[in-house]
Design a binder for this molecule. Structure first.
Ligand code: NAP
Length: 643
């Protein structure tokens, strides 16, 4: 194993947070670049002394006098709320420091006096990737006693999952067990985050003000990473981006509709980096609103007052409420209103798995039809969550496309229970005409970044539309002249129909902007591919060849009959295993690894395959292989953009 070892640090007056910040900023720099940083710092210090300015480091507030805010965020919501709290605390004159959980210097926990944690829970009760170490440390034996700590935890989650806010709950209970006292009781925010988060933030701020106001006034503490200034456009004030292109990028006979969408950000003042996501505020499909009004037997023109606003019911349903995704609170209201015994039964804790299955499989319209109830419009609006924006990983680099942003969107449009079903944002985007407008904002994703050192190799695993950010990565590395190698694993259903951006990858291979491409088409009949391979002298060159080879090289002994006999689907993780030795060598050589796409199955299976290949090719025990991968995650060399 070849884990990067931090150099011995000279004695320093810097606090641990600043040391961590420096380590983070200089990660991946070459020796020449590090010498440059050293020379630059020395020149800056000399300049400050000459100007008579104090060159001594800003004195941080004592832990007893400051509010520390730590966040763990997968999709950016916890980060956004933590930043809000930091901004408001700072505006209120409180000394505050804001830290992403993986930058939190754990040995400072014992001295902490005011700590606010904002953290989400993923899937089946897991922490976000950036908070794994933090959560483990607090849960573990090394966590210090905290008799002087005042703390508050705001958990984020989705009540459709049985492990709703599990990580927030766990941290809240553990901090109390270690001796801490709550200055705000645990907040458990559901998908309609603001309903719980807004009052929680108000309380947390108020309590922190009370607690910290007796402290001696001190210079403000600079947050570890700057509390970002409000951009001109944000989630709350999106930019109306003009649609420049909206193209189907799968074959006409594909089972899916996948769009490549280009939007203009000109004049918005919005900036992004590869790895960031674009937030899109959708409108619900008008045909779905019509289905609702018919099922409810209500008039869409009827004016309805809700939470201080009066709009037509059609407008509420079309632009303001979540009507494509089921939620537990909606099922509960429907069950109670109609006294439906089977639905009420599903709400019992023992039935959480069945409820979760229902919430994933069905849409609200299915239940409205299955369980007819005479709804009052006001009660209906109260039972529905506010419409929330959807995040799409950006598929372009500004270095390549200027003031544009590109997306890769799989259109959710299917038949179920005898009627059409749609996804909100993908249908909205697919229907967007050129020159139409889409309300958008940038959601930055600091953990999903290209290596600072352009000489590092990168490995990208992105089946389906999960390939989106890797188009951005390859563009960026090409434009910036990065010298590291780029290896992409892509998978989709069919080679002929669903090979997203095929010609772009083909060109990138030719130009040397992509060095390796491994493909996994899960629903191609391997016998067809074999026959095609044997018969075809098609001059479609590289990528087709790569794809054929790829489909045929299921195992190192490439016998077509063996492959055809295998009944299981070929997925990207099969390609990882086949290329295990080389992949492990790349990683041991310092490569960064990225995974984007489905979190429920793919990301877990890929994770397991990575552990397997480390054990097989690194000679590690299963536990050591797991620790090796955790270590990559901690170092920020294994990043995931999955949901
Ligand atoms: P998809 O059709 O669901 O899947 C793409 C390929 O992955 C198919 O060949 C599929 O095979 C295969 N697959 C299924 N289960 C797998 C597993 N356990 N391991 C590995 N491969 C597996 O792809 P999609 O509709 O494009 O969606 C991709 C996912 O990415 C979605 O969950 C989306 O939310 C997420 N995502 C999208 C973006 C974005 O910006 N567009 C960003 C982040 C995440 P079979 O179907 O034949 O089994």
């Amino acid at each position: 194993m070849n884990a990067a070892v931090a150099p011995e640090l000279p004695a320093t007056t810097l606090d641990a947070a600043k040391v961590a910040q420096l380590a983070q900023l200089t990660e991946g720099l070459t020796p020449a670049e590090l010498y440059w940083v050293a020379a630059w710092s020395a020149a800056k210090a000399a300049q400050a002394q000459r100007a008579g300015a104090s060159a001594r480091p800003a004195v941080g507030a004592e832990p007893s006098q400051r509010l520390t805010i730590v966040y763990g965020s997968q999709t950016g919501n916890a980060k956004r709320l933590a930043e809000q709290l930091a901004r408001r605390s700072s505006d209120a004159g409180l000394p505050v420091r804001l830290l992403r959980a993986d930058a939190y210097p754990q040995r400072e926990l014992a001295q902490e006096r005011y700590l606010a944690v904002v953290i989400s829970t993923q899937g089946e009760g897991e922490p976000p990737d950036d908070a794994r170490g933090f959560v483990e440390f607090i849960a573990g034996k090394r966590a210090p006693k905290l008799p002087s700590l005042q703390f508050g935890v705001l958990g984020l989650g989705d009540s459709s999952y049985p492990q709703f806010c599990a990580i927030g709950r766990q941290l809240d209970a553990r901090l109390a067990e270690l001796g801490g006292t709550r200055f705000a009781s645990l907040g458990e925010a559901d998908v309609d985050i603001e309903t719980i988060a807004t009052p929680w933030l108000d309380t947390a701020l108020e309590r922190a003000r009370e607690g910290l106001k007796t402290a001696t006034p001190v210079a403000r503490v600079t947050p570890l990473h700057a509390v970002s200034k409000q951009a001109a456009h944000s989630r709350e004030q999106p930019f109306a981006a003009t649609v420049l292109a909206n193209q189907r990028i799968v074959a006409r006979d594909s089972e899916r509709d996948v769009r490549h969408i280009e939007l203009s950000l000109e004049g918005s003042g919005l900036h992004y980096q590869p790895g960031d996501a674009l937030g899109v505020w959708p409108r619900n499909p008008p045909a779905l609103v019509a289905q609702w009004l018919e099922a409810l037997q209500l008039d869409g023109e009827r004016e309805v007052a809700h939470q201080g606003r009066t709009l037509s019911l059609a407008r509420w349903l079309g632009a303001e409420r979540e009507i494509t995704q089921l939620s537990r609170p909606f099922v509960k209201t429907l069950a109670e209103l109609g006294k439906h015994a089977d639905l009420l039964d599903l709400l019992r804790p023992e039935q959480s798995a069945r409820l979760a299955a229902l919430l994933t499989r069905d849409q609200p319209i299915d239940l409205l039809r299955r369980y007819p109830v005479r709804w009052q419009p006001e009660a209906l609006l109260a039972a529905l969550r506010p419409l929330t924006p959807r995040l799409y990983s950006i598929a372009s680099s500004p270095k390549a496309v200027g003031e544009e942003v590109h997306l890769t969107v799989a259109v959710v449009d299917y038949e179920a229970h005898g009627s059409a079903h749609w996804g909100a944002a993908s249908t909205f985007l697919a229907a967007a005409d050129e020159d139409g407008r889409v309300p958008v904002f940038i959601e930055s994703n600091e953990r999903f970044r290209l290596p600072a050192d352009p000489a590092r190799d990168i490995i990208m695993i992105g089946p389906g539309t999960g390939v989106a950010p890797f188009r951005a990565f390859v563009q960026e590395r090409q434009e910036s002249g990065a010298t590291g190698r780029n290896w992409l694993f892509f998978g989709n259903r069919h080679f002929a129909q669903d090979f997203l951006y095929q010609t772009e990858w083909q060109d990138a291979l030719k130009r040397g902007a992509l060095h390796r491409l491994d493909l996994a088409f899960s629903r191609d009949d391997v016998r067809d591919v074999a026959r095609e391979s044997a018969l075809s002298k098609s001059p479609h060159t590289d990528v087709r060849d790569v794809a054929r080879e790829s489909a045929l090289s299921k195992s190192p002994h490439t016998d077509v009959r063996d492959v055809a006999r295998e009944s299981h689907k070929i997925y990207v993780q099969d390609r990882l295993r086949e290329n295990g030795a080389e992949l492990y060598a790349w990683l041991e050589g310092g490569a960064h690894l990225y995974v984007c796409g489905d979190s429920a199955h793919m990301a877990k299976d890929v994770h397991a395959a990575l552990i397997e290949l480390a054990a097989a090719h690194g000679g590690l025990s299963p536990d050591d292989a797991k620790a090796w991968l955790d270590d990559l995650l901690q170092q920020g060399r294994y990043a995931r953009d999955v949901y």
